[in-house]
Design a protein around this ligand. Sequence first.
Ligand SMILES: Cc1ncc(C[n+]2csc(CCOP(=O)(O)OP(=O)(O)O)c2C)c(N)n1
Length: 376
Amino acid sequence: MIAMMPEFFLKALSQKGLDTFYGVPDSTLKHFCAHLSTQVSKKQHLICANEGAAIGLAIGYHLATSKIPVIYMQNSGLGNCVNPLLSLGDPDVYGIPMLLIIGWRGEPGKKDEPQHKKQGRVTLDLLKSMEIPFSILDGNQKDVSIAVDTASDWMRTNNAPYALVVKKGTFESVPPLNCEEDAHPMTREEAIQHILETVADDSIIVSTTGMASREVFELREKMGEGHQKDFLTVGGMGHCSQIAMGLAMQKPDKQIFCLDGDGAALMHMGSMAVAGTIGLQNFNHIVLNNGVHDSVGGQPTVSRAVNLTDIATACQYTSLGPVNEKESLQRAIQSAEHAPCSSFIEVLVRRGHRKNLGRPTQSPEQNKIAFMDYVR
Ligand SMILES: Cc1ncc(C[n+]2csc(CCOP(=O)(O)OP(=O)(O)O)c2C)c(N)n1
């Protein structure tokens, strides 16, 4: 398959007046996202908390300017925006023209991870049932220009959304994002290793979507341990704290540790308010804050500009951080185990991951069965 330069696509869009972007990053779109971050001003490109929020911002933009916004996402994010698309953007309601750029993970016939299979298989049908017309993009520049023209005409005539579904490998690589380096001593993987080594032996781990869960899996292998104490939240980004809380409510005698990402925690931050106020002595929420969406290309989140620890305190958690090195992390974990209510540890870590990081060799179903056996 030929790949196209992100620059070509950006130009094709801007020739149609499509020059303002909202979205949540995705690995299929990471080269396009990197290009946006360097070529488009901050006023015209915002990385959003979740895909539904991106639709909201896009609607506000259209109301203010009459122009057509662009929203990018991974196909797993479609679920987050079904409601605002159908109950606001749809021509049966307000009729808001907007262009969705959707990275197609799990395309049928292509090898991908279990969490992407069904989502990939139903992506086009999902759009069809939502009555959102679409074109499929690969790196063929001629087809891309035609698709952008078709989308633009359709959105303007019908005042309604149109989608471009982007295949893996569509974009030529561009240099990775050059974020300012920070000096925190631990990587996310090192922090996870310290956590696994410090928590009481019978503790339960619920880890977030992306590299963190892959690291938990590989670390257990390295430590010669089984995987039965870990629930890997391979999909459902942003919901791992609620899975952990659901477990904590039913298993008061076990300490539950949620290993969250900053992007994931921000994605559904309302859950922190519920988890904090409910006050569970065995619920421990750890956010591994690297300031970026490391798993899909390192695009920045706003987590270093807000104070997650203060937010947690305001949500009634016992906050035991922030910490950024082994000893203070270990001390915080020990205090968390004795805290009378929900506890929160923000761990500031360096961005990045091992290049040879593998993927779980157990299926999600095997993970679930072993985990449920253990929890019982
Ligand atoms: C709803 C949804 N949107 C987007 C994605 C793609 N995605 C997978 S991991 C990830 C980044 C997670 O960032 P963070 O929680 O900060 O963890 P990090 O990768 O930095 O460890 C994204 C955006 C997804 N899986 N689900």
